[in-house]
Write a protein that binds this ligand. Sequence first.
Ligand code: SF4
Length: 199
Amino acid sequence: MKYEIKSFMHKSLPVIQEASIKGRNKLIDEKIKTTCKAGCSSCCSRPINITLIEAAIIMNLLKRKGLWERVRAKASELQEFDTIDRFTWFRMKIMCPVLDTDTNLCLAYENRPMECALHYVTSPAKSCDPWGTSVIEYKKVDNDSFYHELVTRLTSIVGDSIWVFEAPVYKALLLAEVFKSKEIADQDTLIQAMSKERI
Ligand code: SF4
């Protein structure tokens, strides 16, 4: 079965971008005072998973901006941490490969993953930083229902194809690059290809 990746990306992009709108509207509607601001990238050390369709859209944007090779190289380097658990990953403060560590800005901000776009906190920034000295309680704005709704809509677009498969950001980006040019029939083939490609 051939997956129409271009069509999937075209239909999925508005859903992914809606996360940003929903997240911001909730802050306005419920008068929530967030402490998040541009240049604070503490949350970009969180080990999150994204769908391959989100990764394909990010890769496309980065290619258009001429930034893909740089991000790809960082994503490749992160494969050495493949076996560490999520808690250790966070404590090591391993930053997302899509973050520009000079400016602390997301290189794919306009098409960033839904989980990132829906992530807001009301607690001080230090409580998000794995190396922060604050012990103040971490308080996240609850956007889980939006996230699940949007994932459901994405699933209805890409069906049971490999594009709904979730992986850590670095791995999802590398997989998206491999599979964008291939016809993959099912998740068994995906898993076989992952070990063959050593991703
Ligand atoms: S995709 Fe962007 S916003 Fe999300 S963790 Fe990576 S750098 Fe941060």
